[in-house]
Design a protein around this ligand. Structure first.
Ligand code: IPM
Ligand code: MG
Length: 368
């Protein structure tokens, strides 16, 4: 059988540095676990703009639709801040999400025991935290029409539109309920049904999907502002949080920081299954391109490596190998390996991006 195919889009800033460690991990699975991938590399974001004048070339888009999974590093940087909106690096990422129809964005916020002291919250609130945010990713105010900056009388008006169809809410709700069944069996859906019609419809459809097909899953609803408050008050009350594109963007950054470091958190963006049963999928760290530390070997590669672990689990049905990789990372952290973002108040000497890669490869070897 042919090897599964991976398209790596390392992107901008620290993207190529952290992805460099991921390719070492991929090679390890090929060499030691008989799990070889056919890997190809291409450009996205600012680097694609520099070469092609667009943040995502059509050929790259085409390949993304053909491969079994896409791994993305990060996009953007100060150099591109003044570009026209239509060619900003972020547009490349948004185009991938939209054209691959990756409607379900899984953002776990998990607290590693070794890092529980890193949280801005008290340790007992955070130790053992394991929540999953399911963010709708291809609709809502990110894509709704009309949008733009228009003339109105003697001034301009900026317009974006929050828009959700029933079927868009239905399919992402299903993915949250399916996921909940494999975890703590609880879903909390967040919207602003108190002020937004799209929120009223959201709540109604989520409840309907639940009552019809997932009555065994515990469902609650919360206004998103209260959700933000509850996330920092008592985060362990949650299992799966289901929410829309914009609220999910905000709530997932909040949940991520609860765990102590953005440098630790992966994500998976999944679409409808292909003919072979695999969902269209893109995996990326939650953190951005971190221009302030780019090129210094300081970046933490763990979020990107954990994103590959999610690919093993959700695209390639290799849950055990994903767990092996996650456990190796736990071991390395428990042994005290820390990149600069994980230094905290303990002090000590941080290790570099590639030293973190070395340590994880060693722990993987030791797992055999
Ligand atoms: C994210 C990011 C993106 C978003 C940006 C880079 C377009 O913040 O993935 O959370 O807003 O969705
Ligand atoms: Mg964001």
């Amino acid at each position: 059988m042919a090897n599964p195919t991976l398209l790596i889009l390392a992107g901008d800033g620290i993207g190529p540095e952290v992805m460099g460690q991921v390719t070492r991990i991929i090679d390890w699975f090929g060499a030691k676990r008989d799990l070889a991938f056919d890997v190809e590399h291409d450009l996205v974001g600012g680097c694609a703009y520099d070469k092609h004048g667009t943040p995502l070339h059509d050929d790259t888009m085409k390949r993304a639709l053909e491969v079994d999974a896409v791994l993305l590093g990060a996009v953007g940087g100060p150099k591109y801040d003044n570009l026209d909106f239509s060619v900003k690096p972020e547009r490349g990422l948004l185009r991938l999400r939209k054209e691959m129809d990756l409607f379900s964005n899984l953002r776990p916020a998990q607290c590693f025991d070794a890092l529980a002291d890193f949280s801005s919250l008290k340790k007992h609130l955070i130790a053992g935290l394991d929540i999953m945010i399911v963010r709708e990713l291809t609709s809502g105010v990110y894509f709704g029409e009309p949008r733009g900056i228009f003339e109105e009388g003697n001034e301009r008006v900026g317009i974006n539109t929050q828009r959700y169809t029933e079927s868009e809410i239905d399919r992402v709700a299903r993915s949250a309920f399916e996921l909940a069944r494999r975890r703590g069996n609880k879903v909390c859906s967040m919207e602003k049904a108190n002020v937004m019609e799209s929120g009223i419809l959201w709540r109604e459809v989520v409840q309907r999907v639940h009552d019809t097909d997932y009555p065994d899953v515990e469902l609650s609803h919360m206004y998103a502002d209260n959700g933000a408050m509850q996330l920092v008050r008592a985060p362990k009350q949650f299992d799966v949080i289901l929410t829309d594109n914009l609220f999910g963007d905000i709530l997932s950054d909040c949940a991520a920081m609860l765990t102590g470091s953005l440098g630790m958190l992966p994500s998976a963006s999944l679409g409808a299954p292909n003919a072979d049963g695999r969902p269209k999928a893109l995996y990326e760290p939650v953190h951005g391109s971190a221009p302030d530390i780019t090129g210094q070997g300081k970046a933490n590669p763990i979020a990107c490596i954990l994103s590959f672990a999610m690919a093993l689990r959700y695209s390639f049905d290799q849950g055990e190998e994903a767990t092996r990789l996650e456990k190796a990372i736990e071991t390395v952290l428990a042994n005290g390996a820390r990149t600069a973002d994980l230094m905290g108040e303990e002090g000590g000497t941080p290790i570099s991006t590639s030293q973190m890669g070395d340590a994880i490869l060693e722990a993987l070897d030791a797992s055999l």
